[in-house]
Write a protein that binds this ligand. Structure first.
Ligand code: BGC
Length: 448
């Protein structure tokens, strides 16, 4: 019975070569529709930035708010991919030890943004002299803000939050411009003369900018971590004069196969019906899917065991646990090594299915983007990837490569996927630099 059920789940989770191609084609269709303003699960948001030239230099403030930690630093851009980061400050959004949680619904927008402005203030307090972004210029230091939630913008300094995800629920932010909220908080702590938020970018755009700062061949960037999303450089955007980066918000892509377990996870989630691709693919959800499957096996009586309490609490089994299970370092207790012949081997099979499916789905979306840019696969394409799942999950990068080979055969040699880790702060600084250059007579920031 157990074998039969496992074989059924294996079949359901399998993304065959044909499916890789079907998914990539629908991804491409959703991109085209989204770009033309038609109804699509891909929002295709213009980022109002193009590719960096590599010649951007100067000192900028960089701020990154996208997951459980908030970070700020001064970044000195030196050109051609070189930079130095100073006085980095990092704070968790929630700290059970000191009892705060800025993700909570009871917290107001002003409270959250005062906390964020405080982190920026700490960076400035560390600097021995008041930093300026260029020795010839005074005035406020330009700040680039990597904000990794779905937001709409009509200019580079604006970001109207559509809705929170990744467990953040702070009140009064959805529908507001996070650039204004940050500006107001900086004024409240007396920093408005010192700092000016000038660019708001998604973390995929930050990854792109950092990778492309030293490698002009980059065309696509993706985050495969707690969340998932990809951006790419679109050569032809209606109403824009030059190529610009498009944030696809691919976590919301809706046309990938859905299993019984995906439906359960979605129905029990905070945002049913939304972020369906992310829910099959990203680190936040893989542990939860494993928990839901194991719980179901146990409730059906095919796995005869007492599940430890963590298996009864949503999101208590996470991506890190999955990695430990895959490397035989954890069994159901999640802290003791798997003994061969035990239920641990079943866990391993399920964990493997889930990570393999995730990698194949990500690869299918990459093929969709490349197909859009180069329908006959005639040119080389480089994809920069950041995120803990891609970087740390055993075998994950290899599964992506295998899926690209399955889908594209020998043409897959044209696609290079490379790690670009920890790029949000640098990318935010490069975004601020691009905006400053534009303000000082360059035309790098594309205009509608
Ligand atoms: C957000 C994206 C973000 C991605 C990776 C998703 O949950 O909607 O905006 O780029 O996570 O952090």
């Amino acid at each position: 019975m157990l074998e039969q059920l496992l074989a059924f789940v294996e079949q359901e989770m399998l993304i065959s070569t044909t499916q890789i191609l079907t998914i990539s084609l629908s991804f491409q269709e959703h991109m085209t529709k989204g770009l033309s303003g038609l109804a699509s699960s891909l929002k295709m948001f213009p980022s109002y930035l193009g590719a960096p030239s590599g010649g951007e230099t100067g000192t900028f403030l960089a701020f990154d708010f996208g997951g459980s930690n908030v970070r700020a630093a001064l970044v000195d851009l030196k050109g051609e991919g070189n930079y130095l980061e100073f006085y980095r400050q990092s704070r968790p959004l929630a700290n059970p030890e000191t009892g705060y949680d800025y993700r909570d619904e009871a917290v107001t927008a002003a409270e959250l943004f005062d906390f964020l402005a405080g982190i920026i203030q700490e960076v400035l307090n560390k600097a021995p002299v008041r930093p300026t972004h260029c020795s010839l210029l005074t005035g406020p230091l330009p700040l680039g803000f990597a904000f990794s939630f779905p937001y709409r913008q009509q200019r580079i300094g604006e970001g109207v939050l559509l809705h929170w995800d990744k467990e953040v629920k702070t009140s009064g932010v959805a529908g507001k411009d996070v650039g204004c909220l940050l500006n107001d908080a900086l004024s409240r702590c007396g920093l408005d003369q010192d700092v000016k938020p000038t660019a708001i970018i998604n973390d995929t755009v930050a990854t792109y900018l950092t990778a492309a700062y030293g490698d002009p061949g980059i065309e696509i960037a993706s985050i495969i971590g707690t969340g998932h999303n990809s951006c790419y450089l679109e050569p032809r955007v209606p109403n824009f004069e030059s190529p610009i980066l498009i944030n696809t918000e691919s976590g919301n892509f809706s046309a990938a196969p859905t299993t019984f377990y995906d439906l359960i996870l979605d129905q029990q989630s905070e945002n049913p019906g939304e972020q369906l691709f992310e829910k099959k693919l990203s680190g936040k959800y893989l542990g939860e899917l494993l928990r839901i499957i194991v719980l179901d096996f146990s409730q059906r009586g095919v796995l005869k065991l007492m599940l430890p309490p963590r298996w009864h609490t949503p999101y208590d089994v996470n991506g890190k646990d999955l990695a430990l299970i895959l490397t035989e370092k954890a069994d159901l207790d999640l802290n003791s090594s798997i003994r061969s012949g035990s239920e641990g081997l079943i866990l391993q099979r399920i964990a493997h299915l889930l990570t393999k499916r995730s990698a194949r789905l990500a690869a299918a979306s990459f093929i969709g983007i490349v197909q859009h840019l180069d329908p006959y696969f005639e040119n080389p394409h480089t994809i920069a990837v950041d995120g803990s799942l891609y970087e740390k999950m055993p075998g994950y990068a290899q599964e992506i490569r295998a899926a690209l080979n399955d889908g594209l055969g020998t043409k897959s040699d044209l696609i290079k996927v490379r790690l670009s880790s920890g790029s949000s702060l640098t990318g935010a600084a490069i975004a601020a630099a691009l905006v400053s250059l534009n303000a000082n007579n360059s035309t790098r920031v594309p205009q509608r």
